[in-house]
Design a protein around this ligand. Sequence first.
Ligand code: BG6
Length: 513
Amino acid sequence: MAESQRHPFLHGLSKHRGAPPTVVVIFGASGDLTARKLIPAVHNLSHDSLLPADFYLVGYGRKALLDDEFRGMAAEAIREFSRRELNPEAWGRVAAHTSYVAGGYDERPAFEKLAAHIDAIEQKLGREVQRLFYISTPPSVFAPIIINLGASGLAGKHLGTPLHSKVIIEKPFGKDLASARELNRTIRSVFAENQVYRIDHYLGKETVQDLLVQRFANAIFEPLWNRNFIDSVQITVAEEVGVGMRGGYYEQSGCLRDMIQNHTMQLLALTAMEPPGSLDAESIRDEKVKVLNAIQPLTIGPAGDVARAQYAMGMIGGKAAVGYLDEAGIAVDSNTETYAALRLSINNWRWQGVPFYLRSGKRMARRASEIAINFRRPPGTLFAGQTTRFDLAANTLSFQIQPDEGLSLILNTKVPGLETRTQPVKMSFRYATTFGSNTAEAYERLVLDAMVGDGTLFIRGDEAEASWKLCTPVLDYWRSVGRSGMDAYSAGSWGPPSADVLLAKHHHGWRQP
Ligand code: BG6
């Protein structure tokens, strides 16, 4: 196996210290994601001495900006959004090699100007550099950018060497199966799959990576990880925030596209996949695709496997919150769901008969993302008579993805005293307590992984399509029925009644994370 394909779990982080000389070009340089996530990530990587000595940052966008103006905006972004304060030395190293190129996304000559700009950097440096293109623009210009990267020769630069060009593509990766396929076709007409890094920032979260370690580095879980011992799995990605100023984007998207198709489906894939043959990118992604393809198509329509809802006015953290339809930029008769819940069945040997429940929503009671594995209830007969046999709780193993990252296990314990009374207790591990709380942000890890050529924490083209294949019929159905069947939940609650109905079929209820 090529060194570049090995996973850092096997080698500590050593390979991350060996990123080759690189020019990172950010398309959408004056956008929100660049300010909130990408520039702070570069600053923090520089702070941790993880950037290569020869590192160059080029902002690209339609806005006419001078190099200095772009550097000023970047410094401001670090002050406002970085998890660490701006470190003058760390940022100074990057700022000295930061420049800006103005141009449209569908203007071939502007891309030729960009190519010449990077060639000049290479010549001045006197050595070859890899080009890493980060597409952080609205999705409408993904395809023109990719096509122009091909036409200008930028995509093919240094092909056949480890310095070959790479492209990171932000979400949303398509809006349904047909558009995702089309985007994949465009990408493949310009790039080879090993040049392409499709972002799902949930994969860059420490706790999501830990899921694989917990599953496969501990001998106690895997023997129980199947239909014989597991009763159901619940995956929750709840947010306290509403749509805020992103109404325009959100109206075109909705919860299923924004959160379920990507983030929660990725969590499901990592939870349910078979052990990969090795930890290299392709083995892990092969297993994820297999399990995504094993999910049974959803039953759609009334009494089907899906619920959707919009938040109505309510209270969050003691403050009144308006309903979705009263938010800025939202149509008064909007069909866009701010909450979605799914009941999934995986048709394979391991999971047959085990329901997987997925839910995500905005303006929920609190921010909480978790994966809860509910084990089968133990037979209670031994303890009958002391208390009722239903007192025995099912064991639940839960991975808290955020906040308060950690792992907990619910166990039945004897209450001290002469009687044998049982009580469920929670055994917990918290990252912050054990390792301190200042862990790297997902984007730091992901930018660095792309720079060193590790695709493990990125979505492969077939994965994106497998997940869209499942979600697209639901979107089509919703579009065809308008607002019919759209449920409501109060802002600050745990979701709508129709989501409870989904679980009631199997006599289950949603866990409160
Ligand atoms: C993004 C969605 O992908 O994830 C947002 O577009 C959402 O709507 C965000 O708020 C949540 O990410 P995190 O890391 O804050 O859980």
